[in-house]
Ligand binder design. Structure first.
Ligand SMILES: [Zn+2]
Length: 238
């Protein structure tokens, strides 16, 4: 029985490795998905900022055209001042000129503000561009590592399965049957040590008489609460 338990512990270790490998097949694609989302978010943010800067520039050019038109209007009206015949016409032109000058002042203020805004937003854009580039670079490296890890998993599983087959041959058939049955029904460890008088799988207190049976290792002892195969704490290192 001792030999079977020793072999069983090794088998359990292999099964844990196998479980870990199977977990990679779920975890790695999830990680890749998260990375891809992060990249898309960064790229979208960058594109939005590019649009923002372009909109400000477009707005500024529009205001500059309006400014030019207003300046031309002032010149035109000022030229007309010399050829007016009545005071009323003269006053009307002066009012028009004043209105255009007010507009010019407003446009100049707006253009200055847009120039300042463009500078600020462009700086932000450059920072974002740098950050996005380094993010993509980092993600590419991680992606390559994860993908090669993932592609090796199937091979690792095959190797471990082979190892498992060889190990299970060293375990008594009845013991193996019990082990496999518990393993199918329970999460985590199947063979557990008794720690401080309790099953370390479910913390059920093990009666002294049962402890004695475990120590004797004459037959397979299961926890009466969770069904896990029990070994002594020292037995961990079989
Ligand atoms: Zn238990």
């Amino acid at each position: 029985m001792q030999e079977s338990l020793r072999a069983l512990l090794e088998l359990q270790k292999t099964d844990q490795d196998l479980h870990e490998l199977e977990q990679y097949k779920v975890d790695i694609p999830n990680q890749l998905e998260t990375m891809s989302t992060a990249q898309t978010e960064a790229e979208t943010g960058l594109a939005d900022q590019e649009t923002k800067v372009a909109e400000i520039e477009k707005d500024r050019r529009q205001r500059e055209r309006e400014l030019q038109t207003a300046q031309e209007q002032v010149k035109k009206y000022q030229g007309q001042l010399y050829s007016v015949k009545t005071n009323k016409e003269y006053d009307a032109l002066q009012t028009e000129i004043q209105a255009q000058k007010t507009l010019i002042a407003e446009l100049e203020d707006a253009i200055l503000q847009l120039i300042t805004d463009a500078e600020t937003e462009s700086e932000t854009l450059e920072t974002m561009r740098g950050e996005t580039e380094s993010l993509i670079e980092r993600l590419d490296e991680e992606r390559t590592a994860l993908e090669s890890r993932l592609s090796a998993v199937d091979e690792d599983v095959a190797v471990k399965m082979d190892e498992r087959k060889r190990m299970s041959m060293r375990v008594e058939n009845q013991v193996l049957k019990v082990y496999d049955r518990i393993r199918r029904n329970l999460r985590g460890m199947t063979v557990v040590p008794v720690k401080k008088g309790a099953c370390s799988g479910c913390f059920h207190v093990i009666p002294l008489q049962v402890m004695l049976q475990i120590r004797q290792a004459q037959r397979l002892v299961s926890c009466e609460s969770c069904g896990r195969i029990l070994i002594t704490e020292e037995g961990q290192g079989y």
